[in-house]
Design a protein around this ligand. Structure first.
Ligand SMILES: [Zn+2]
Length: 158
């Protein structure tokens, strides 16, 4: 079983990919539990407006840059991506202290070993911005193709 928070975010995804992400989280939780920690989905689909606000961080808004993806250029905008968090009890670990951030990063790396099995891609392999909490469905379509296909009401996955 998965936790309520993860279930809530997975429910925002494209219906055709929900089962893959549920199966991934079940497996990832098992891996992370070996370290006495929990693994949860903390973000799913983001609207274009939400993506714009995120893109502004570190550019026109305060804080560090968190994404290189403009609205419509993130797999989150198509219901094909999740971000995950590592939890010690109820405490969200990513970045709260350097030591916790290091452990969280390691847990994301562990989870990334499950990608092939569940037909996902890991943000830790992105060339432009290392994004360890990010996992997206391995769709064969580019973002431009996804935009066109969504417009045409065609499937976004193969
Ligand atoms: Zn993400």
């Amino acid at each position: 079983m998965i936790d309520e928070r993860s279930a809530k975010f997975i429910a925002t995804l494209l219906p055709e990919v929900r089962d893959a992400f549920i199966a991934f989280i079940v497996d990832a939780k098992e891996l992370v539990a070996q370290n006495g920690l929990d693994y949860k989905v903390i973000c799913g689909t983001r609207t274009f407006e939400e993506q714009a606000a995120l893109y502004a961080k570190g550019r026109t808004a305060p804080g560090p840059k968190v994404t290189n993806a403009k609205p419509g250029s993130s797999m989150h905008n198509f219901g094909l991506a999740i971000d995950c968090g590592v939890f010690k009890g109820k405490v969200y670990m990513d970045g709260s202290t350097p030591a916790d951030a290091k452990i969280a990063d390691l847990m994301h790396k562990h989870a990334s070993t499950l990608c092939t099995k569940h037909k996902l891609r890991w943000g830790g392999k992105f060339k432009k911005l290392y994004d360890a909490p990010h996992f997206e469905y391995d769709t064969p379509y580019s973002l431009a193709e996804l935009c066109a296909r969504r417009e045409a009401k065609k499937s976004l996955i193969a």
